[in-house]
Design a binder for this molecule. Structure first.
Ligand SMILES: *Cc1c(COP(=O)(O)O)cnc(C)c1O
Length: 344
């Protein structure tokens, strides 16, 4: 079937949730992809922040091939070697002590929300469950993560959403302090707002948020679904800030293209997830974990992170230069922003 015929078929059989570009991609290698008619493209999308090592990285392909021929799925009714191995790799290279695996970013955030509520209930009683998140944030499309998402357009039509979320402007400490109530149990944010327009948190702001959370016994949750796993030149974005979250979440780039999510937490917090409290059929699936092990190892051992820092600094510098050289006509427009530079 050629590309046009495939696109016509999609109109008949797929739910209408997407409005894709009229292209059927059939092959990828590094930062290039090819469509069903053989046309080559330079890929600036990378599967929406997923293919951080490029398409079909040989080590990831080999890990998947090897694991697929050995064991694909057994469930968490048994110990899973690959799951344990990946958890150890993540823990030994992060501020977290324990990992819960699932299949997507929304699920990882859902797990973080549930853990924050459970921890607060275990330690402070039933009336303390509210989570403050940020305007323009994006945390996923399940009902709870939609409620957490600070963008009205995603929520419209799906009300009522789970209660217990409020939103404050990003990078605004005073607004956050003002929004705290005796019911607040956690603050959740993306260190760099991704879907919200690539908005970088100020270093001072994140430090102050951490201090505020410590002072008020609130959990600090970082959604690193999009900016974690090597995409900012460190394995995790929080490393740029010298600020450690109590809980953070990963997905997108973690699986090298397989579906995997992870919720990582400090020991004291993680204790609130005992046997039976949370679960996922596919969580810790050997295939996805084998791929993720290959991704994380390659990030740690290859030169991707230093290359990413170098190219990121270059791109930022050139963009700032361009912005200065070509100010918007009539001066800075409302809504336009200066380019914020990521702390080292
Ligand atoms: C993509 C994204 C999610 C949702 O991840 P899914 O895998 O699509 O469920 C959550 N948070 C952030 C910051 C994201 O970019």
């Amino acid at each position: 079937m050629n590309q046009g015929e495939l696109i016509n078929l999609s109109q008949t059989f797929l739910a209408r949730t997407y409005a894709p570009a009229p292209v059927v991609l059939v092959r990828g290698q590094g930062c290039r992809v090819w469509d069903a008619d053989g046309k080559e493209y330079l890929d600036f999308v990378a599967g929406i922040a997923v293919q951080a090592l490029g398409h079909c990285h040989p080590k990831v392909v080999e890990a998947i091939r090897e694991q697929a021929s050995r064991l694909m799925h057994v469930s968490n009714l048994y110990y899973i070697g690959r799951e344990i191995e990946l958890a150890r790799l993540l823990v030994e290279n992060s501020c977290a002590d324990r990992v819960f695996f699932c299949n997507s970013g929304a699920e990882a955030n859902e797990a973080a929300i549930k853990l924050a509520r459970k921890y607060s209930r275990d330690h402070y009683g039933t009336d303390r469950y509210e989570i403050i998140t940020m305007a323009n944030s994006f945390h996923g499309r399940t009902l709870a993560t939609l409620a957490a998402t600070g963008q009205e357009k995603f929520r419209l039509g799906f009300e009522p959403l789970p209660a217990g979320f409020s939103h404050v402007p990003f990078n605004d400490l005073a607004a956050l302090e003002k929004a705290l109530t005796p019911r607040t149990c956690a603050v959740m944010l993306e260190p760099i707002q991704a879907e919200g327009g690539v908005i970088v948190a100020d270093r001072e702001y994140l430090k102050k948020v951490r201090e505020l959370c410590d002072r008020r016994n609130l959990l600090l949750i970082f959604d690193e679904v999009q900016v974690g796993t090597g995409r900012t030149g460190h394995l995790f974005a929080y490393e740029h800030y010298g600020v450690e979250p109590d809980i953070f979440t990963l997905a997108k780039a973690l699986g090298g293209g397989t579906a995997i999510g992870a919720m990582l937490a400090k020991e004291a917090v993680s204790e609130s997830f005992g046997p039976g409290t949370h679960a996922s059929t596919f969580g810790g699936n050997p295939l996805a974990c084998a791929a993720a092990i290959a991704v994380v190892r390659e990030l740690l051992e290859g030169n991707h992170l230093s290359q990413c820092r170098k190219m990121g600094a270059y791109l930022t510098e050139r963009l700032v230069t361009l912005q200065k050289k070509h100010p918007p006509p009539g001066g800075q427009r409302e809504g336009s922003r200066r380019i914020r530079v990521l702390p080292r």
